[in-house]
Structures are given as C-alpha cells and as structure tokens.
Write a protein that binds this ligand. Structure first.
Ligand code: NDP
Length: 404
C-alpha cells in the first residue's frame, strides 16, 4: 500500500522533495505540505499539478507553526502520515521530533538542530533523543540531504565495498553556479551565513582542531567544473563520521567560494550585519542577520537565473588487504537542468532528492529501526541505486588528485 508523508517547510528544498515524492509514486501515495505560510504550500502543489508528475499522488496543504508542538501533534493526528519529512529550518528539529514521539511517527531531516542564539552545528541535542525513539519503536534519520546526507552514504558505501579501514576523508563541495546577483546565498541566507562566518574545524587524531573562519584555503581542479578556490569549514557530518567510520584519522570539509562573495561577506561582517546578537532598533529588538536575510534575494528566486554546475563528493584514503587505496566518489549537478525539471536550482535539488530517498528507505522498511541514526549507520546500497534513478548519478575515480 502507498505511504503518506507530511512534509514540513515550503522553501526550495521542500519544492524538490514534493516533486520527487510525486515521481516516486511506487512508494508515496499521498503527501501533505505544511508550513507557516500556507500560500507557499499551495504554490508547490500547483507547480506539481502542472508538471509531468501531475496526478501521480494525492497532495494536501496546511498551515502549521512547527515551533508549536500541540499544533504539530494535532496536524499529525489528523493526517496520520507514515513519516514526517522536516525541511523547515534547523530551529524546528526538536519540536518536530517531540511531536513525532508523541504520535509515534517516523522522522527525517536534512540539517541538525540549532538553538537560535548560538551557531553550533552539533548533534548532541538530537542524539539525546536516541533512547526515547528506541522506546517508542520509531525511527529518526538525521541529515539526509547532500552534505550532510549523501556524503555519509558515500562513506558507508566506501567502507562496505572498498576499504577495511578508512583513514582520511576529504569532503569537497563545489558550486560553480552563477546567479548574476552581486551577493546572494543558495539556501536560507541566515543558516548559510551562520555556517560560513563560524570558526572552521576539522577532526584529527581523536580531537577537533579549530581554525579562524576561512583560514585554510586550497585550490582543486574539480571534474566537469575546473579549478576553484576552496576553504576549510566546520560541517556537521564531520562529527557523526568521526564516530561512525572505522579507523578514521582525519576528516575535513572544503567548500568553494568566489572572491566577490567573500569580499561582500567581509564587509557585511565588518559592519555588524551578520551578527546573531539582538540589537535595539527604533524601540524594537532585531537580529541583524535576520534583517539581512529579509533584504537578500530569496534563494527560491535564484532558480531561473542560476547557470553552471555543482560537484560534491568525498575523497577517501585507507587500506584494503593491507594495501593503501584511494577512492573519490562525486555527483555533478547542473543548475539549469534542475530548474527545467522541478523549478528549483541545484542546491535545493541536491538536498531534496536525498531527503525523499531517505524517507522512502524508511517507508519500505530497509532503514526502519527504532532509534536515532545518521545516514552512514544504515546500509547504503539501495540508497546509492536510488541516487542514480532519481537524478543524482555518481561517478567513481580510483586515482584522484589529493588535497594536501
Ligand atoms: P527556505 O528558507 O527556502 O525554506 C524554509 C521553509 O521553512 C520556509 O517555507 C519557511 O516558511 C518554513 N518555516 C520556517 N519556520 C517555520 C516554522 N516555525 N513552522 C513552519 N514552517 C517554518 O530553506 P531551504 O528550503 O533552502 O532549506 C530547508 C532546510 O534544508 C534547512 O534546514 C537547511 O538548513 C537544509 N539544507 C540542507 C542541506 C544539506 O545538504 N543537508 C543543504 C541546503 C539546505 P515561511 O516561508 O512561511 O517562513
């Protein structure tokens, strides 16, 4: 029998998740799209109903404040989904997990919980739910986007098929997309800017090594994209991979940024616009970063204007049968192709496709276990097949250039 998913949030990622659920009508028979602004949910529904996926699944919409547990519980009890797919903002993760516990409903998200007042990118709050989910007999899958998400599945796949021991992982995230604006972010500006203005860090020999923001720069020649400057950032999957991958000595994460983006960001930072400390303005408390988010282009509006490709993947080094081995696995995604297919650019696409696949993995029973899990703790094979099937094909290279 077809399954029902409640999709919370109606931004760029939600748009892709909903299109992909409609595409995967073997698993999904119905979705409900619920967000703070119901009109945005209705727009996604309309877009699907005008697309080639029209009529494949039933689509309902609703208004919900995902910070409010009783409101969520009422909606879940009314719609009775088999899973809740959380693609709202990281601030809502815990309230949605609470509502899932109360209604015994499986849960999946793409970003770890963030308290509003600190930019931490840590799993500890969500990992603390492990026992409660086990006792309730329900599954929570954390971080099933691309990074985190596919980067964890790639790690599980490398570990299962190619290595006895993985010693080094470098995750490389390149976006060569050009939207033509002097400055804009590809996903929620507030979350994006919190991420890139925070200190960098990487995991080495059992501990975190912290860096200044953007302190470590490398240049890498990305397949199908070319040479790009990339910078070491802290990224949430480093924390879970450090725990879940055998024999790991070092994990780093690099993301590409152009000089113009960095110069704009520096200016905004220098004048205090990226701060998350509330200030008083005309008798009202405002958070500068939230104000900045309001004046920047909505990431959803970048879709039609963005040209170019993304390349995200992992380079592994380790041992197999006592011999040193290297393995690079990556996906290349084209912004305009994504827009043609689902009316979203590649950043939303590369997040939304794995969120749908992760949910389908739980719904078909393959990833259905009581507890709270990061994706690399699950068997990767069917997920890897589904990436090829649903628009994120991957490429393997056993002799890649390494990052020094
Ligand atoms: P958007 O800002 O485009 O969309 C967020 C949506 O969440 C909006 O529709 C917003 O509603 C809704 N929302 C916010 N607060 C609430 C609330 N209290 N109750 C109900 N709905 C709410 O973000 P994206 O679509 O770009 O990103 C979605 C998620 O995906 C984020 O958590 C982001 O961190 C994550 N992400 C993960 C990636 C990965 O690779 N793992 C990569 C990119 C993003 P409204 O519009 O009405 O305000």
């Amino acid at each position: 029998m077809g399954k029902k998913a409640l999709v919370i949030g109606a931004g760029g990622v939600s748009n892709v998740v909903c299109h992909k659920c409609a595409q995967n009508s073997e698993v999904f028979s119905s979705i409900m799209i619920a967000s703070r602004t119901k009109a945005k949910c209705d727009e996604i529904k309309e877009r699907i109903e005008k697309s080639k996926y029209a009529g494949r699944i039933e689509i309902q919409t609703a208004k919900v404040d995902a910070n409010n547990v009783p409101e969520l519980v009422a909606l879940i009890n009314e719609y009775k989904p088999d899973i809740v797919i959380n693609v709202a903002l990281p601030y809502q993760d815990l309230t949605i997990m609470d509502a899932c516990l109360e209604t015994k409903t499986d849960y999946l998200d793409t970003a770890n919980y963030e308290p509003l007042d600190t930019a931490k990118f840590e799993y500890k709050w969500q990992w603390a739910y492990k026992e409660k989910f086990e006792k309730a007999g329900i599954t929570a899958i954390l971080g099933s986007g691309f990074d985190p998400g596919v980067t964890g599945v790639f790690s599980a796949y490398a570990q299962k098929h190619y290595f006895d021991e993985i010693n080094y992982i470098d995750i490389l995230d390149a976006n060569a997309g050009d939207h033509g604006y002097p400055f804009a972010t590809n996903f929620n500006p507030e979350i994006n800017i919190r991420e890139v203005t925070a200190n960098g860090s990487y995991w080495e020999d059992g501990k975190w090594v912290e860096t200044e923001p953007m302190e470590i720069k490398r240049v890498y020649n990305f397949p199908q994209i070319g040479e790009k400057d990339m910078y070491l950032l802290h990224h949430e999957e480093l924390e879970s991979l450090a725990v879940n991958i055998k024999g790991i000595k070092r994990i780093r994460f690099f993301m590409t940024f152009g000089q113009s983006y960095l110069t704009h960001l520096k200016v905004l930072e220098n004048v205090g616009m990226t701060s998350i400390e509330p200030i008083e303005f005309e008798g009202k408390q405002i958070v500068p970063l939230q104000f900045l988010t309001a004046v920047l282009p909505d990431p959803a509006s970048l879709g039609p204007r963005t040209k170019g490709k993304t390349n995200i993947g992992n380079i592994f080094r380790g041992k197999k049968d006592g011999v040193e081995k290297t393995y690079y696995v990556y996906n290349v995604c084209d912004h305009q192709e994504c827009y043609k297919e689902v009316s979203s650019q590649a950043i939303s696409y590369t997040t939304g496709v794995p969120a749908m696949i992760g949910a389908a993995m739980v719904l078909t029973g393959e990833w259905k276990k009581p507890g709270v899990f990061n994706v690399e703790e699950m068997d990767p094979d069917s997920f890897m097949d589904a990436l090829n099937k649903f628009g994120l094909p991957w490429v393997e290279d056993f002799n890649p250039a390494l990052v020094d």
